[in-house]
Structure formats: structure tokens, C-alpha cells
Design a protein around this ligand. Structure first.
Ligand SMILES: Cc1cc2nc3c(=O)[nH]c(=O)nc-3n(C[C@H](O)[C@H](O)[C@H](O)COP(=O)(O)O)c2cc1C
Ligand code: SF4
Length: 467
């Protein structure tokens, strides 16, 4: 239980930490569930036996439609809608599990792959069955070595037991699996860049349409789905679609793994219903660390907009965040306490996006660089009101002009930083430092030097005359 002040009433409010469910993070109750024997003891692969050859592909898709399971990899696409879009053409189809997870603060898919890999495989079998795919690929981030090992061993166990391969559990259904290790860049997680990289090319996103469900891997219909989305498919079948739909937010229901990082006492992965509020989530994490005050949060990873104290009771789900111009994204929640310099926080995020932009689109390649440089100027005491005006203009102009969503995501922390913390930005421009009152934490000097010494970029002085 944590105590805070309710901004509307001005009274002390206590927040009970909500009950955690264990549908996805089941290894917390069954620590060896990553081994086949323990997974089966806990009821594993029963949904494959229940569905394959007994439930039609159309009915399985209808179950997913009733459950309203929406993708957990960022865009929140309904799973059933994606399955129905798979082009009805003869020949090979693919399902791909996207385990690239390279955004700062994201670590839910890692835990799911390392600790509960058989549930992912079970979800992939059901997904492949629904869209008539006979090939499944598990795409894993380069640095996730334990996940590669655990998923690899789980696949071997499943293959030896006849759970995957040419005759899945004696049903006559074929689903062959392979692991693909990513090249180690954030852009590899974008679904079309991922497909390009599996084809052996550089991971540049493709223009869309056509979407992968029509023209995917090797030009064939392909479903790309997030690790958590796939892990939730056996939960839909196991609980029943209506029961799944009754958990959490009605428009985007189900259990959700929230990865919480930053200034909370107990950061980590927490499984709670979709629509859990920020206040509840902070309570589950033992409150803000060292008894400090909450200042801001990024609710959906680096590529989402800042929230403030006024949003502590907002349900964290796709609709609620979209309605206020933000993104729920992956449900990766970063918490910032009173000592955070918001100019510095935005600058740090833009450094990431600038570094990770693949460079294909000018508004993204140049836009992230300009925004990083203007933020660095403000952060290091070289900025002016012109930088703030330029940040506002560019963060409003870039979204919707690029080939993938990286650039749109990069603009969100800038636009919302300006919207909610303009006082701090203005003070930086006028006084070259943070407003008095709070002691703020800044990036180490070496880190910000990169903004000026990036050999790909012209010097900052070319954009702003020296003062
Ligand atoms: C720059 C960028 C990086 C992405 N990285 C990931 C990732 O690591 N994992 C993921 O599941 N989706 C990622 N996505 C979203 C995917 O393109 C795709 O929408 C998602 O895998 C679909 O799965 P879902 O429908 O289950 O959410 C990324 C998107 C962008 C624009
Ligand atoms: S938006 Fe950025 S990351 Fe995406 S394709 Fe364009 S340049 Fe590459």
C-alpha cells in the first residue's frame, strides 16, 4: 500500500496494490516451467490437443475475435483481424514471433522467452494452424543469449516429443520451427525490416502497403506477432474467449505484462489486467524510490508521450492513451521522479532514436538529429527560445511522413515534454540550466558531446549562429 496526495481533492490517498494474475508469468509459480516435463505437468500443450483437427481454423479465429486480444508489440492490432487479412493464396505461409525487443526499458519478452518458452511455442502452433502456415520462425534479439538457449532447448524438447514438426501431436498438422538471431539494431524489430533481415538483406523497413499478411517473407503471406501476444493465445483458449474478454479494459482486454523501470522501489515485470492505472502500477512496485515524489512517466516505452501527475488514474490501455495523443505501445512503463530534468530526459531519448534511425527517410534521419542537437543545446546551456520553437515545429511536422513508426515515436516525448514541461524548457533557454528548487540529474558530459562530435552531422553552429 502506498500513500499519495489526490490532486483533485488535495487529500491523502492510499493506493492498494492490485492482485497480480499469473497467466503469462506462470514461471513465478512453476519455476521450472521452461522444461517440457514441468510445462506439461502444469497443463501445457493442452490447447493444442483441444484445437488441432477438432476446432476449425475459422472457429479458432472467431474465438480470438471474441477475446479481443490485441497485439502487445506496439500497434495494438486485433489478432483475429490480422489472421483474417492473411491472403487466401495457395502455397507457403509463415508465422514469425517477434522477440527483437530493443527499446529502452523493454524487458517483458525477454522474461517470457527465458522462463516460459513452451507457452510461446504453444501460441505459435495455434497461430500457424489458424492461418495455415507450416513454417514458424522465432526471431530473437542478438544480445538475448539466454533466451536463444532456452527457446532452442524448448524447441528440441518439443521436436523430440512430436509436439512440433511434420505431425503435431498426431493431428497430421505440420509446423516446422526455426530460430533467427537478429542483427542487433532497434529497427530489426519493425516487422518489414525484420522480414528483410531474415531474407539476408539490410534491415530497411518496406513501404506499406502491401502489409506482410499479403506480401511478407519471400513474398508470401506472413503473420508477424509479438512474443507476449503469442504467449497469450493459449490463455484465450484455456480460459475461454469470453472469460479472457472479461479481464481488464473492455476494448483491449486480457492479462498484460507491464515492464516497469526507473524511479520505483521494485522495478520489474508485473502481470496485471489491461487498463491498470499508473497509480496502481506504482503501488505494486513499492512506490517511488527513496520516498521521492512522482514527476512523469512514459507509459508505452521510449516511443510514447510523457504523462504527469494528472494522469495517475488514467487506465493504461490503447484507447485511453490514444485519446490524449499518446501511445500505449508495448506497456513498458518508465517512471521519473522529482529530480529528473525533463529536457535531459527528452535529450537522452532522442539520442537513442537518432542513433537507431536506419536513415532511409529524410524526416527521420535529419529530424531526429536536429531534435537531438536542439535538446543538447538547451541541456548544456547553449540553447535559446529558437530551439524550443524549432522543436515544437519539427515534432509536429514529422509524424506521418516516414516509412515506419520510429520517427512518429521519436516525436512523442518531445511534443509531450513541451506540452507538459514548457516552464522547464523555457528556463533552460533563458538561464542555461534547470529551474531552482529541485536538484536535477543530467547525462554525463561525455554522452552529450556526441551531439556535437557526430561526424555524420554538420556542426551545431551551422544551424544556430554562436552567441
Ligand atoms: C522501430 C520499431 C521497432 C519495433 N520493434 C518491435 C519489437 O522489438 N518487438 C515487437 O513485437 N514489435 C516491434 N515493433 C512492432 C512491429 O513492427 C509489429 O507491429 C509487431 O511485431 C506486431 O506484433 P503484434 O501485432 O503482436 O503487436 C517495432 C516497430 C517499430 C516501428
Ligand atoms: S522512419 Fe526512420 S527508422 Fe523508419 S524507415 Fe524511415 S528512416 Fe528508417
Amino acid at each position: 500500500m502506498t500513500q499519495s496526495i489526490d490532486k483533485r481533492t488535495g487529500k491523502k490517498a492510499t493506493t492498494e496494490a492490485p492482485e497480480q494474475t499469473r497467466h503469462l508469468l506462470r514461471h513465478l509459480e512453476h519455476p521450472n516451467i521452461h522444461r517440457l516435463a514441468d510445462y506439461r505437468k502444469a497443463g501445457g500443450y493442452s490447447t493444442v490437443q483441444q484445437v488441432l483437427g477438432k476446432v476449425s481454423r475459422e472457429d479458432l479465429t472467431e474465438w480470438l475475435a471474441v477475446s479481443n486480444l490485441r497485439g502487445r508489440g506496439g500497434a495494438g492490432q486485433p489478432v483475429a483481424k490480422k489472421w483474417r487479412r492473411v491472403a487466401d493464396v495457395p502455397g507457403q505461409r509463415y508465422v514469425i514471433a517477434n522477440g527483437d525487443e530493443s527499446e529502452p526499458g523493454a524487458f517483458k519478452d525477454r522474461e517470457l522467452m527465458e522462463c516460459n518458452p513452451h507457452q510461446l511455442i504453444e501460441g505459435l502452433i495455434l497461430s500457424a494452424y489458424a492461418v495455415k502456415a507450416t513454417r514458424a520462425i522465432i526471431y530473437i534479439r542478438l544480445e538475448y543469449e539466454l533466451a536463444q538457449e532456452r527457446v532452442g532447448r524448448a524447441l528440441k524438447e518439443a521436436e523430440d516429443a512430436g509436439i512440433i514438426g511434420g505431425d503435431v501431436m498426431g493431428t497430421g498438422v505440420e509446423v516446422e520451427f526455426e530460430i533467427f538471431v537478429s542483427g542487433g539494431a532497434y529497427i530489426c524489430g519493425e516487422q518489414t525490416a525484420l522480414i528483410e533481415s531474415v531474407e539476408g538483406k539490410l534491415p530497411y523497413p518496406r513501404p506499406k502497403p502491401p502489409y506482410p499478411t499479403v506480401y511478407g517473407l519471400w513474398g508470401r503471406p506472413t503473420v508477424v506477432q509479438n512474443i507476449e501476444t503469442l504467449s497469450a493465445i493459449p490463455v484465450v483458449v484455456g480460459l475461454g474467449p469470453e472469460n479472457f474478454a472479461a479481464i481488464g479494459s473492455p476494448l483491449a482486454p486480457g492479462p498484460k505484462v507491464y515492464s516497469v523501470s526507473g524511479h520505483v522501489s521494485k522495478p520489474g515485470n508485473y502481470e496485471l489486467p489491461m487498463g491498470t492505472t499508473l497509480r496502481q502500477l506504482i503501488a505494486v512496485c513499492g512506490g517511488i524510490s527513496e520516498g521521492r515524489r512522482f514527476k512523469a512517466a512514459l507509459p508505452g516505452g521510449a516511443a510514447s508521450g510523457f504523462l504527469t501527475e494528472d494522469h495517475l488514474d488514467l487506465p493504461l490501455d490503447f484507447e485511453s492513451l490514444k485519446a490524449m495523443g499518446g501511445e500505449f505501445g508495448t506497456g513498458t512503463v518508465m517512471i521519473f521522479d522529482q529530480h529528473t530534468c525533463m529536457v535531459g530526459a527528452a535529450q537522452s531519448l532522442l539520442r537513442f532514436f537518432h542513433d537507431e534511425s536506419c536513415g532511409k527517410c529524410t524526416p527521420c534521419r535529419e529530424g531526429t538529429r536536429f531534435m537531438f542537437q536542439w535538446l543538447t543545446a538547451l541541456e548544456t546551456g547553449h540553447g535559446s527560445q529558437a530551439d524550443i520553437d524549432a522543436l515544437a515545429r519539427l515534432s509536429g511536422a514529422v509524424p506521418g511522413t516516414t516509412c515506419c513508426a520510429l520517427a512518429d515515436g521519436a516525436c512523442l516525448p518531445v511534443a509531450t515534454g513541451l506540452m507538459y514541461f514548457m516552464d522547464e524548457f523555457t528556463y533552460h533557454a533563458q538561464h542555461g540550466t534547470c529551474p531552482p528548487g529541485e536538484e536535477h540529474i543530467h547525462l554525463p558530459h561525455d554522452d552529450v558531446q556526441g551531439a556535437f562530435h557526430d561526424e555524420r552531422a554538420p556542426a551545431l553552429s551551422e544551424f544556430h549562429p554562436p552567441k
